[in-house]
Design a protein around this ligand. Structure first.
Ligand SMILES: NC(=O)c1ccc[n+]([C@@H]2O[C@H](COP(=O)([O-])OP(=O)(O)OC[C@H]3O[C@@H](n4cnc5c(N)ncnc54)[C@H](O)[C@@H]3O)[C@@H](O)[C@H]2O)c1
Length: 263
């Protein structure tokens, strides 16, 4: 018997890179995998390898999410784990060079995909008595990542959503956490970027290390936390306090009902 026997795990961007490594890890722990990805050829190959179900879903399409979740619930009985991981970069640094198309594409995958995904899976998890949601943000969601400012915008949005949703999902028995990796060796890193990283002798993280961090979040009780993953390290990022309404510099106690966890 393995730790995830009987669990249903949906993984967006599960056809490649971090998502595929995580699909392999969760499968090895006994979970039934649902691979969600736009790339049909890679999605079908991953599904065949992992004896998984493949859904050719665009994560930015709310209507597609609704029908996907109802299909999974009818066929497999529900959803216990959702890894909302699909994402893209713009590759554009100069603000004035970012086209409307680039902007809409990245917002759709990186932000809409996490929001619509979380909104769609929560009722299915509630029916199973709880669950675990993990979203892939990035170090770019915690730092001023100048090489791709719109990417940084989307990943800050993911971290903010995860932290803000945690209290209401905790009440439903659902944990939600963000994974914030440094540079991971996947097809997302283009050839030019790879050359730059290698010439700077910068250590790249293996996708399997991110998969391990996701597995730990699925098994753990933490919620509302952003986990920084670098080579050999996975640590919870601690946000410092912000000035309160009466001038306190830390330890802000918000009015009842607005309390959120400092993850
Ligand atoms: N590689 C890195 O250095 C790195 C670092 C930090 C965070 N991340 C994040 O990790 C996540 C996974 O990236 P990766 O490095 O494995 O890249 P990848 O390109 O190998 O995989 C991303 C997958 O997402 C899919 N996808 C993209 N848009 C989609 C959409 N709208 N609907 C459905 N599927 C879609 C792609 O087809 C692809 O299979 C992304 O959110 C990325 O921003 C990556």
């Amino acid at each position: 018997m393995t730790s995830l026997d009987g669990k249903i795990a949906l993984i967006t961007g599960g056809a490649s890179g971090i998502g595929l490594a995580t699909a392999r890890r969760l499968r090895s722990e006994g979970a039934q995998i649902v691979v969600v990805d736009l790339d049909e050829a890679k999605g079908r190959a991953a599904a065949e390898e992992l004896d998984a179900r493949y859904l050719p879903l665009d994560v930015g399409d709310a209507a597609e999410w609704a029908s996907a979740v109802s299909a999974i619930s009818n066929e497999l009985g529900g959803i216990d784990i959702a890894y909302l991981n699909a994402g893209v970069v713009t590759g554009a640094t100069d603000l004035l060079s970012v086209t409307d198309e680039q902007y809409r594409r990245i917002m759709r995958a990186n932000v809409d995909g996490v929001f619509f995904g979380a909104r769609a899976v929560v009722p299915a998890m509630e029916r199973r008595g709880g669950g675990a949601i993990v979203a892939t943000a990035s170090l770019a969601g915690l730092i001023a990542y100048a090489p791709d400012p719109v990417y940084a915008l989307t990943k800050h949005a993911v971290v903010g959503l995860v932290r803000a949703l945690a209290p209401q999902l905790e009440a439903k028995g659902i944990t939600i956490n963000a994974i914030c990796p440094g540079i991971v060796d996947t097809p997302l890193i283009n050839d030019a970027g790879r050359q730059l990283i290698e010439s700077a002798n910068f250590p790249m993280i293996a996708p399997s290390a991110i998969a391990d961090a996701v597995y730990d979040r699925v098994m753990g009780d933490d919620t509302g936390t952003a986990w920084v993953v670098q080579v050999g390290v996975a640590v919870a990022y601690r946000f410092s306090g912000v000035p309160g309404p009466k001038g306190e510099s830390a330890g802000l106690t918000p009015p009842s009902g607005l309390a959120g966890r400092q993850g």
